[in-house]
Design a protein. Structure first.
Length: 65
C-alpha cells in the first residue's frame, strides 16, 4: 500500500484520518489529534511535541476545531 505524504489512512477502514487541534488533559498544552472520521474508536493518535504542533498550525493555519 502506498501512502500519500499528505494523507494517512485509518488502519481499520482505510478512510483518510482527520487532523484536529487538541489539548493534553493534565497540562492543557496544545497537541494534534489524528482520528478516524468514520469511527473514532478505529484510530485515535496524539502528537504533543510543542515545536512540531506549532509548525503544523503555522503551516496549515487553524486546524479543524
Amino acid at each position: 500500500m502506498t501512502v500519500n505524504s499528505s494523507t494517512l489512512p485509518c488502519p481499520v477502514c482505510h478512510q483518510t484520518l482527520d487532523l484536529r487541534k487538541a489539548q493534553v488533559r493534565k497540562s492543557g498544552k496544545p497537541s494534534l489529534m489524528l482520528i478516524c472520521p468514520q469511527d473514532g474508536r478505529h484510530f485515535r493518535g496524539f502528537i504533543a511535541d510543542k515545536e512540531y504542533v506549532q509548525a503544523v498550525v503555522d503551516r496549515v493555519g487553524e486546524v479543524n476545531p
